[in-house]
Ligand binder design. Sequence first.
Ligand code: NAP
Length: 252
Amino acid sequence: MDFTGKRVLVTGGSRGIGRAVAVGFAARGARVAINYHSSRAAAEETLSGLEGGPHLVVRADVTDPAAVERMVSVVVAGLGGLDIVVNNAGIWIDHPLDQVDYEQWQDAWRRVLEANLIGPANVSYCAARHMIDHGGGRIVNVSSRGAFRGEPDGPAYGASKAGLNSMSQSLARRLAPHNVFVGVVAPGWVETDMAADFLAGPHGDEIRDQSPLGRVARPEEVAQAVLFLAAEGSEYCTGAIIDVNGASYLRT
Ligand code: NAP
């Protein structure tokens, strides 16, 4: 896969899967904008590890619609355009229905939907409007196995990712005539900060054993699928959702 000359925005590119995605694009010739929210040092560290360039770092809270609009403008100006967006930023909050009070329940639903669904919707809007006016582009959204399997400890998370899948497929149909293609990657457990406490905890082995590979994914394995969907030649995959879950959950 060759991304020479492509300009890429990765939300939540400071750490974890987003960092691996940024590294993957840069290694294949792209110029990358690394978005972060609070981890400036991690974003700078990601930036300093990227091949090629020049790349840039851009701070924005994806739950803030005005900040999203500013972020896309800054990236378009800084990279001289925008060809590919990866909506990777996301959060997990534990909120099992039978263990949280009503206030905590509402707080979790609001925060998770804002970060995992409404944020990507706003990023997609601002980026796609630019892409439509400039000959096309790609949007790849990072979803989750939980959208299909259910998330008993984080129902808002599962719902946010199911919503992200549905939004992606709606946009794939709406935007293809504009030469904008939309794909989704749905990982199972991945070795990142988001999963670290669970993997190190008493259920770590159980989690690893969910896959017949006996381990969870490395961020680079998720990045591989993201890059595939963003690559030249993958246009007809628009609307597709690629599972990267080590056969831990096989949907029909
Ligand atoms: P992570 O290590 O916790 O990193 C999350 C990233 O999202 C960070 O770069 C963080 O930036 C950014 N972020 C969070 N809220 C943000 C906001 N409001 N605005 C901008 N950036 C924000 O997570 P990860 O495991 O790499 O997850 C990346 C994506 O994969 C998420 O969408 C997640 O749901 C999905 N996923 C993860 C797993 C897993 O097991 N790890 C499984 C399935 C799906 P700052 O640090 O700067 O705040």
